[in-house]
Ligand binder design. Structure first.
Ligand code: KDO
Length: 330
């Protein structure tokens, strides 16, 4: 009987190759994002990150907030209901107010500036706090792009040259204090709406406009329901690749290094993709009939910066960090 059983086991082992059993043992990394599957960041994660870690972990993306609502991803990671997200400084600022510094209008100057800031020792205490108190590792900074004001009105009805031109405009913003503050700081009347609801809100006139980088305006087809983009560039926006620390702690040192490299490579691929799209999409949007134009940037910059000085947000910024960020710019 013993021999027969051993034989049966041997047969079982032969038909289920070790890699199948290992596949079942691999940790599954569920990633949730409001972004679509065609967003440059989603594409880079699926084509670079997933394959790079496939030997020891299974990357499982969930798009369009289908798994976790926008803004709840960090809580979900902290409570073990999610392993990964593309989080924002604004979301982190809900937990750690000092993160609002990275969500401040006109603070980052470019994609390259974001990379310098993220890699600088000034970021260490920020990253450490998120790890210790939320159980989330921030692996890399992803470039989302320059946020611009995108309205339903034709330019003949509303010509957005200065913040005063946005008075009374119901501008959709993502729902958090840092976002609302930015919406007000550019002169608009901010209205919180989840990312996946924007298209309908624009279509029905529930909001007058929204702000996002051009690649998002195109990917989410907002151009179908809007008439103009004023290139305010009020936030050179970013997201962080965020991973559950308990997943990270369960990996070997070699696997951790592979995950870190995969995140860095993904961020670089996505960054190049977004930058290229930002360049080419002005022409596309113009062809679609939108007016895409540059406002008085100095007027926007000085107005926005003046709103942050002495604000509740600025009080939460650690001493000296603003100067350090500025020193890393051009
Ligand atoms: C948005 O809701 O406008 C925003 O651009 C905010 C970002 O932080 C990020 O969540 C982004 O949406 C999604 O990734 C969709 O592009």
């Amino acid at each position: 009987v013993f021999l027969a059983t051993t034989g049966a086991l041997a047969l079982f082992a032969a038909s289920f190759a070790p890699q199948d059993l290992m596949a079942q043992d691999k940790p599954v990394i569920r990633m949730s994002t409001p972004a679509s599957d065609t967003d440059q960041r989603s594409v880079a994660l699926a084509t670079v990150f997933g394959p790079a870690i496939a030997e020891f972990a299974s990357y499982q993306p969930h798009y369009n907030s289908s798994l976790i609502a926008q803004g709840s991803e960090l809580e979900a990671i902290a409570s073990g209901d999610l392993e990964m997200s593309i989080t924002s400084a604004q979301e982190l600022a809900n937990f750690f107010p000092e993160f609002s510094i990275f969500a401040t209008g006109y603070i980052h100057q470019s994609a390259a500036h974001q990379v310098k800031v993220f890699g600088d020792p000034l970021m260490d205490p920020f990253k450490q706090k998120v790890e210790d108190e939320l159980g989330v590792k921030l692996l890399a900074v992803m470039y989302l792009g320059k946020r611009h004001v995108n309205l339903r009105f034709p330019r003949s009805e509303r010509d957005v040259m200065t913040p005063a031109d946005l008075a009374g405009v119901n501008l959709r913003m993502p729902g958090s204090d840092a976002w609302m503050f930015l919406g007000k700081a550019i002169g608009a009347n901010p209205t919180p709406v989840a990312f996946t609801e924007i298209y309908t809100a624009l279509q029905t006139g529930a909001v007058d406009g929204q702000d996002n980088p051009l690649p998002t305006v195109v990917d989410a087809k907002f151009y179908e329901v809007t008439k103009q983009v004023s290139l305010t560039a009020h936030l050179v926006d970013l997201n962080y690749i965020a991973l559950s620390k308990s997943v990270w702690d369960g990996l070997t040192a070699e696997q951790q290094a592979a995950v870190q490299k995969a995140a860095d490579d993904t961020a670089e691929t996505a960054r190049q993709g977004q930058l290229a799209k930002e360049e080419e999409l002005v022409a596309f949007l113009t062809e679609q009939g939108l007016d895409v134009y540059e406002p008085d940037l100095a007027a926007f910059r000085s107005h926005v910066q003046a709103q942050y000085v002495g604000s509740e947000f600025a009080k939460a910024w650690p001493e000296g960090v603003l100067d350090q960020i500025n020193a890393l710019g051009d």
